[in-house]
Design a protein around this ligand. Structure first.
Ligand code: BGP
Length: 457
């Protein structure tokens, strides 16, 4: 048996709008996700897995699973409605955090996971500078209320995918100029949140949670290698360099110029970015990217968070012939890419890393005797866990692993059919059934991994 470090945080992950439901309960204001028109043939987010009303039962299951950590997100519009504090919403996360702690599970909250208050979106969303202050006020509230009980905070989930896959994530279409101005505001908002957190003297750590993927050149041609550097700069380092080094990445900036998307950056912004940086890096990993030098001059947007995209003059996304793909979304499956990515991150930033998402979305079948035989998920997770172990052997400092997802929930844009959980939730896209929870085969498998602190080899 090849064991993981002592105190390794074996966890699992969810996000508020995908799991909670209760979309208008107890004074909750609608978020962009409540207003977004669902993709045809998929459900909306109103009921989701009804975790808002069943969190106690769910935390009990997490305890039985053996989780050491639970990564979830806080719904901005639940704890603040139209800019005002909502005590009932705040109480929900108080109870959730206390329940987790009572069961010995470390709460790992994300402040913002794709669910901007709709009232802020209507005022221009992140492209509007005023959203920075709204975010900081919201963060202050969370730190004051929960800061004594949280050791790891994540600021923004997949800021990079909000930029490159916004159509799939919040239904927005905007020019690059507007998108990267919004991105800049998010970076400043994040830095300001880290500032108040650090100045507040709270006991924990804070950091960003982007989706990071290593980028392979399609061939050994130097031009393809350069294309890979470009994509990595734009997709990965544009988000992490400011968060860790407090400055923009030069190659990414070069591309923003060519895309006519350089944001307005004030001297105060520069100062704030420089002075307030992250303590650790949380990252989501599903697959790697492959690119070649740009030949056809076509711009392709990312169709979802894990798909590649192309920027004319710099790089174009290619299929990697060496990797199998997922049945559901045709995403490459690349466990070794996880090891490559973790090493790149650690080599570049020398900060401890935490995997906050990794998993396989697939349709599952509930058998007549209440079982779910999801061997495909076990295989996927086992392969990634083994590569994480090897990355640790390489010297990467890992805090823990929180696969997506703790329990079935709604996919960002592919409905309830695409399941990721260790726990099955008995509902379909358009039939809520009884929402009963069932343990999948992967539940018992992961339970054993956690108990043994590693994979049986
Ligand atoms: C990540 C998001 C999650 C989650 C996951 C799976 O990018 O942070 O919210 O949804 O991807 O993607 P999907 O739901 O599209 O299958």
């Amino acid at each position: 048996m090849k064991k993981f470090p002592k105190n390794f945080l074996w966890g699992a992950s969810t996000s508020a709008y995908q799991v909670e439901g209760g979309w208008n309960q107890d004074g909750k204001e609608p978020s962009v996700q409540d207003i977004r028109k669902p993709v045809p043939d998929t459900t909306d987010f109103k009921v989701a897995s009804d975790h808002y009303n069943r969190y106690k039962e769910d935390v009990k299951l997490f305890k039985e699973l053996g989780l050491k950590a639970y990564r979830f997100s806080i719904s901005w519009t639940r704890v603040m409605s139209h800019g005002k504090v909502n005590e009932k919403g705040l109480a929900f996360y108080d109870n959730l955090i206390n329940e987790l702690l009572a069961q010995g599970i470390e709460p790992i909250p994300t402040v913002f996971h794709f669910d901007l208050p709709f009232s802020l979106q209507a005022e221009g969303g992140w492209a509007n500078r005023a959203t920075i202050d709204a975010f900081v006020t919201y963060c202050q509230l969370l730190f004051e209320r929960y800061g004594d009980r949280v050791n790891y905070w994540q600021t923004i989930n997949e800021q990079n995918m909000l930029v490159f896959a916004s159509r799939a994530l919040d239904g927005k279409t905007a020019s690059w100029k507007e998108v990267f101005q919004g991105n800049h505001h998010m970076l400043v908002a994040q830095a300001k949140a880290m500032k108040i957190y650090h100045e507040g003297g709270y006991p924990g750590k804070i950091g960003p949670a982007p989706n990071i993927a290593c980028v392979y050149p399609k061939s050994e041609k130097p031009e393809d290698m350069l294309a890979a550097e470009y994509m990595s700069a734009l997709r990965n380092w544009l988000f992490l360099d400011p968060a860790v080094y407090g400055r923009y990445n030069h190659l990414a900036m070069r591309m923003l110029k060519a895309m006519d998307a350089v944001p307005e950056i004030t001297a105060e912004d520069e100062q704030v970015l420089k002075e307030n940086t992250a303590d650790f890096i949380a990252f989501n990993y599903y697959n790697s990217m492959t690119v070649a030098a740009s030949k056809n001059g076509k711009q392709n947007d990312a169709k979802d968070q894990q798909s590649g995209f192309s920027i004319p003059g710099f790089f174009q996304t290619e299929t990697n012939q060496h990797l199998p793909i997922t049945e559901f979304s045709n995403w490459p499956i690349d466990p070794v890419g996880l090891r490559v990515t973790a090493n790149q991150l650690y080599e570049r930033y020398h900060l401890p890393v935490l995997i906050t998402e990794n998993g396989l979305g697939q349709e599952d079948t509930l058998t007549s005797d209440g079982k779910i035989h999801d061997n495909y998920r076990i295989e996927y997770l086992a392969a990634h866990i083994e590569q994480m172990r090897l990355a640790i052997e390489d010297g990467v400092e890992f805090i823990g692993y929180c696969p997506w997802s703790a329990i079935d929930l709604i996919s960002t844009h592919e409905g309830f059919r695409k399941r990721y959980g260790f726990v099955y939730v008995n509902r379909e896209d358009f039939d809520l059934k009884d929402l009963k929870r069932y343990k999948k085969d992967s539940f018992f498998w992961y339970q054993q991994v956690i108990q043994q602190n590693g994979l049986e080899k």
